[in-house]
Ligand binder design. Structure first.
Ligand SMILES: NC(=O)c1ccc[n+]([C@@H]2O[C@H](COP(=O)([O-])OP(=O)(O)OC[C@H]3O[C@@H](n4cnc5c(N)ncnc54)[C@H](OP(=O)(O)O)[C@@H]3O)[C@@H](O)[C@H]2O)c1
Length: 263
């Protein structure tokens, strides 16, 4: 197993580390963060090495995941560029382009990944793009790490803004829908806790049906909706209120923001 360093040990790093950890590779992970509280928190749940020294983490690794906010990434790159030798640098920062990463880390191997928080439960849906110095082995390593937690696709970099919107931000959008379903359940008499669980489990099962039975969303709708039935009544409201347009606008707004972050 390759030695993996995480710079920034917040939410996304914790989710990625949990995935790798569950696959039995804990001894090869080190997390570095300037925030000791985050390190203590991660150590409580996962038995990995931690440090406050980004350079030390980089020196003792083969792959460096940079998991800080986009606005903090230049600080990290400036700090570690002197100690990067043959390590692969993997950035998960939304909107930060390969061109920018490569201009800071001249001639180094870089891959840009857009993961999502769902890898906390082994259900990542990710896209990634390789920089011009990344090798086939580097790409295979990243694919393997991401496959521990679900699915990933190597894509042209210009498509990562769409992945950011659908996969990166997607869990929040689906949670918003689940919250709305649950609120409706409560208004119709269900206890809140039960309504949230019913809505969440229904979302989970719907995703699994589409993935595991290889059926399209249209086919699934047809399987559930019978003429003049309850589903048909609900679908009519969705259509009348142009809900699909609202959801497309939601994704488009996130795509636009991701593209702006990269400028
Ligand atoms: N969260 C998601 O669902 C998600 C999904 C896809 C992609 N991402 C990407 O993942 C990245 C991290 O997001 P996050 O949600 O995990 O953020 P986060 O929870 O705020 O974690 C970032 C961590 O990095 C630390 N940090 C900042 N500057 C540092 C430095 N110079 N050296 C070492 N550590 C430093 C922060 O410390 P302080 O708190 O003290 O600043 C914080 O602990 C972002 O670029 C985001 O675009 C996130």
């Amino acid at each position: 197993m390759k030695r993996i360093a995480f710079i920034g040990a917040g939410k996304m790093a914790t989710a990625l580390i949990s995935c790798i950890y569950k696959n039995g590779a804990s001894s090869s992970i080190i997390a570095s963060d300037k925030n000791s509280k985050n390190l203590a928190n991660i150590k409580k749940h996962l038995k990995i090495k931690t440090t406050n020294d980004n350079k030390e983490a980089v020196r003792n690794s083969d792959i460096v995941f940079i998991c800080v906010k986009p606005q903090d990434i230049d600080n990290v790159l400036n700090e570690i560029k002197g100690v990067i030798k043959n390590q692969l640098v993997v950035s998960v920062a939304a909107g930060v382009r390969l061109k920018h990463l490569e201009s800071k880390l001249k001639g180094k191997r870089v891959i840009r990944v857009m993961p999502n928080i769902n890898c906390l439960v082994g259900e990542i849906a990710a896209g990634f793009s390789a920089g011009k110095f990344a090798t086939k082995d580097n790409i295979d390593d990243v694919s393997k790490i991401l496959s521990y937690g679900g699915i990933s696709f190597q894509l042209k970099e210009e498509l990562l803004d769409a992945v950011t919107a659908i996969s990166g931000s997607g869990p929040a959008f689906f949670a918003y829908l689940i919250k709305a379903f649950a609120e409706a359940g409560v208004r119709n008499g269900l206890p809140k806790e039960i309504a949230v669980k019913l809505a969440a489990k229904t979302a989970l099962g719907t995703g699994r049906l589409l993935m595991e039975k290889d059926i399209s969303p249209e086919e699934l709708i047809a399987m559930v909706a019978s003429k003049k039935g309850t589903t048909a009544a609900g679908l009519e409201v969705l259509k009348k209120n142009k809900t699909k347009n609202i959801l497309i606008k939601t994704i488009n707004a996130a795509v636009k923001r991701s593209s702006e972050l990269g400028k």
